[in-house]
Ligand binder design. Structure first.
Ligand code: GLA
Length: 722
């Protein structure tokens, strides 16, 4: 109650300060628990960012900040000589924009979120830009986006429309970026930025994460590590073409401009229409990247990912086990496997649909969403019931945005497909992309999910795939507005998801895109988890899951045990346990010993999954620095923790140093217990079964990887009550 009143008072104070009453405020303060972001106006009426960093202890001192030459949202065509945030062609052919501060407003959305809006206006042309900021106090996250509108007679042409501009001033800038390809997603690379422009972007239309990932760390002065260094971590919530641009200018100042990629996307903005840009989500810390990851994880749980505080389901998937080659008998036997294994759900993958052009490989049938009568004569409803009888839930794979040319859908609706007139179709995985900008196609896509749910009551999970990017992109629906395709496609995707969520608000849906082609907070509002990569070799997965862990919490990162990789089963399971564990393996092909081991592992995972899914993550040893990876999760009360350690390579006689644990309470006593051991094996973990203070574990640490073969370990720390 007390806190609410204080918030209201602060809110009122801010409204006064920020100029709803005074026409020209000098300071606009955006704060979270630890971060301060400050804007100021100058006498010329323009708005400048004057601070981003650790929040000041005394708010009054923000008034003393000098106004730097760092315009908050840089327009093009007047005096700007570097990369602009916005570029506009007016009705009369004037290619310039000037933005003058008009007002700002700060309100409390709730006890945790403060919303600040700053309005800018061109003094000559009727154009308005609103800069929005939501500050999440407890999570230390700021979400920002921009709205652009105008009242000219005819559409204006926008050729740049950034979500956000951030100015940074430091001696050196180090960029950590993530990139890859199919089966090699989110490889981290770190470089010093030099004078000029560095762009990380996607022009793939869909699958924005396939080559470049829309997330980054920007470290100041020196490269940050897990526990030290000043850095900004940012990501764009957009499932299409994005651009993250870093420009170091002649004074060694840095501007970070993020938003939709302007590439091939000139936008004709109609009078009074609002162009709402995607959200750029960022955080700042002076204590290294462990901190910024935990900020993102907390934010994702509470706001970023659908039902982020709710439990997830463990599952058995059939893709790696059967491919397209299955029938009812095989599937029902796998339901029994899933039940014996102890997982919650069986997930039926690709290949269950299409009749005229059967889906027995990826060359045909995509788009024809009727059960294949040969493989599934009794239909999906039967499978749902059978699964239930055997004690597991049933989930299903779809790829609703795509079509094979060999399909009935293609024959019936050639006008529903993105393809160029007068040119040959171009394929990827033998398929084309549907024209989702067309409302009829949106109805069709919605209808695929809706149809499955209506016809087969009890379907408990969906895996939504998207296996290709857009090439030869041309929308028969958009007519003269082809340059809106990339933007409208993503908007249409979100609007379909919006409809699905209105009707099925809590249905768990996995976001998949030919591996991890779509893993962004724009889509994750509608999804409960994502598929990080088709590469499930556990060694590769250590790096891939490590990369995603910088921005995404463990419960969202689906990590399956498969036949990829030649490591023994324990290693595979230990790697899957660090995320949301699942299996995609033919259990019949395992030895009895391994099958029993897997059953035990699921049981043990059930004991520790809460700590993994909702605890704080501490990355202790990076696989980028040593031939091993060590990380741990600690629960809120600091009473339970789980530590994972994986050797990635071991030189002859190599002995790894001790590892100091983190995040524990120094005063508490913890018992160390190695789990997930093959029956009959003795733990070689130093201190196994013994009790240590959190202080000892954090100061002296443990020798986790004794000499020996490539291995992996999972151990728990349990607070001892005394
Ligand atoms: C994509 C997905 C896989 C699987 C196949 C099915 O590649 O990433 O997990 O679902 O499609 O065709």
């Amino acid at each position: 109650m007390m806190r609410k009143t204080v918030n209201i008072l602060i809110g009122l104070f801010l409204i006064v300060l920020s100029g709803s009453i005074w026409a020209a405020p000098s300071v606009i303060i955006i704060e979270t628990q630890n971060i301060g972001l400050v804007y100021k106006t100058k006498d010329n009426g323009r708005l400048y960012q004057s601070y981003l960093g650790q929040k000041f202890q005394n708010r009054e001192e923000y008034n003393r900040l000098p106004t730097e030459a760092s315009e908050a949202y840089i327009p093009s065509g007047t005096t700007n000589l570097f990369e602009p945030a916005i570029q506009m062609l007016h009705n009369d052919g004037n290619p310039s924009l000037d933005l003058i501060f008009t007002k700002s407003e700060t309100t409390s959305v709730d006890e945790n979120i403060t919303s600040t809006t700053i309005w800018l206006k061109d003094p000559v042309y009727p154009v308005e830009v609103a800069l929005h900021f939501w500050a999440y106090r407890n999570e230390d996250i700021i979400k920002t986006w921009t709205e652009i509108t105008h009242h000219e007679k005819n559409p204006v042409l926008l050729s740049r429309f950034a979500s956000s501009v951030i100015h940074v001033s430091s001696t050196q800038y180090w960029l950590s970026q993530f990139h890859g390809d199919w089966a090699s997603e989110v490889r981290m690379e770190e470089n010093k930025l030099t004078s000029g422009i560095k762009v990380i972007d996607s022009k793939l239309g869909t699958r924005e994460n396939m080559y470049q990932t829309p997330m980054f760390f920007l470290s100041c002065d020196k490269l940050s590590d897990e526990v030290s260094g000043e850095l900004i971590a940012g990501t764009l919530a957009w499932s299409g073409n994005f651009q993250l641009l870093f420009e170091v200018d002649k004074n060694n100042s840095l501007r970070i401009i993020s938003g939709m990629n302007p590439f091939a996307s000139e936008y004709k903005l109609k009078p009074d229409e609002k162009l709402i840009t995607p959200e750029f989500i960022f955080t700042y810390s002076n204590n290294g990247r462990g901190d910024v990851s935990r900020n993102f994880h907390r934010w994702a749980r509470n706001y970023g990912i659908l039902d982020g505080t709710q439990p997830r389901m463990t599952l058995l998937n059939n893709w790696e086990a059967t491919g397209f080659n299955f029938d009812e008998k095989k599937l029902t036997s796998m339901f029994a496997d899933a039940a014996n294994l102890g997982v919650d759900l069986f997930l039926l993958d690709d290949g269950w649909f299409a009749n005229k052009y059967q889906r027995n490989d990826d060359e045909s049938g995509l788009g024809d969403w009727q059960e294949n009568k040969e493989k599934l004569p009794s239909g999906l409803g039967y499978l749902v019931k059978e699964a239930k009888k055997q004690g597991v839930k049933f989930g299903i794979w779809i790829e609703p945005e795509m079509v094979n040319p060999k399909s009935e859908l293609y024959e019936k609706h050639p006008d529903w497909i993105l393809k160029l007139p007068n040119r040959d179709e171009t394929y990827f995985r033998h398929q084309l992309v549907l024209d989702l900008t067309n409302p009829e196609v949106q109805d069709f896509v919605f209808g695929i999910v809706d149809g499955i749910m209506i016809k087969n009551s009890g379907v408990a999970y969906i895996k939504w795939d998207c296996n290709r990017m857009i090439t030869s992109g041309y929308s028969p629906y958009l007519g003269d507005n082809q340059s809106h395709l990339y933007i409208n496609y993503v908007r249409a995707f979100y609007s379909v998801m919006e409809r699905i969520r209105q009707k099925y608000p809590h249905l768990p849906i996995m976001l998949c895109s030919g591996g991890g082609g779509r893993t962004d907070y724009g889509a994750l509002k509608y999804f409960t988890e994502f598929w990080p990569s088709d590469n499930t070799d556990p060694l590769e997965r250590i790096y891939i899951q490590w990369g995603y862990s910088y921005f995404f919490p463990a419960f969202a990162v689906c990590s399956h045990v498969t036949s990829w990789g030649d490591q023994y089963l324990k290693y595979k399971i230990d790697v899957a346990m660090m995320g949301k564990m699942g299996f995609d393996i033919d259990l019949d092909k395992l030895t009895e010993r391994d099958r029993n081991f897997a059953v035990d592992a699921v049981r043990q995972y059930d004991q520790i999954k809460d700590v993994i899914w909702s605890g704080d993550l501490y990355r202790l040893v990076s696989p980028y620095h040593e031939n091993r990876a060590v990380l741990m999760y600690v629960d809120d009360q600091k009473s339970n923790a789980v530590v994972f350690s994986y050797t990635t390579y071991r030189r002859y006689k190599e002995e790894f140093p001790r590892v100091r644990l983190q995040g524990l309470s120094p005063e508490k006593a913890y018992r160390v217990d190695e789990i997930d051991l093959y029956p009959g094996t003795q733990s070689k973990l130093e201190g196994n079964g013994q009790v240590f203070s959190g202080d000892y574990l954090m100061q002296k640490g443990l020798r986790i990887d004794p000499k020996g073969a490539m291995n992996s370990k999972v151990f728990t720390l349990t607070q001892i009550n005394n």
